[in-house]
Ligand binder design. Structure first.
Ligand code: COA
Length: 100
């Protein structure tokens, strides 16, 4: 399998109060899911974000039915810190990771 062509991986909403950046990832080619790309990209992106001044943590909000995302986050070391209400998907689990 070639590297997936459709791949979005980005940060938004750097919270100035607690230095937490919100992370999003979508691999648009479903055939490419489950091969480790998401975990590899997310681990690299988190390390990159945390290497910058002003970024003290990374947050991800995940619906609890999204088991691949939950598994991916936990494998990398994200910890569930609570829940929140997302206007588009309803209740989401809040996962966070800081500097080791
Ligand atoms: C979420 C996403 C980025 C994960 O990327 P990926 O490359 O498929 O993930 P990986 O292969 O690195 O790892 C997925 C893990 O979830 C596990 N998994 C997959 N389906 C699962 C299920 N139904 N239940 C539990 N675990 C599951 C895999 O076994 C793997 O864990 P393992 O390595 O311990 O076996 C990708 O599936 C995607 O783009 N999904 C659509 C968009 C999306 O949901 N984005 C996140 C929004 S919160």
């Amino acid at each position: 399998m070639a590297f997936p062509q459709v791949f979005e991986d980005l940060f938004s909403q750097l919270d100035g109060d607690n230095g937490s950046a919100l992370y999003h990832i979508t691999i648009g080619e479903k055939d490419a899911w489950g091969q480790g790309y998401g975990t590899e990209a997310t681990a690299a992106a988190v390390n990159w974000a945390l290497s910058h001044d002003g970024v003290d943590g990374v947050r991800a909000t995940i619906p609890d039915w999204n088991k691949p995302s939950v598994r991916m986050a936990e494998k990398i070391g994200f910890v569930m810190t609570g829940t929140a209400e997302d206007p588009e998907v309803g209740e989401v689990l809040v996962y966070e990771i800081g500097r080791p």
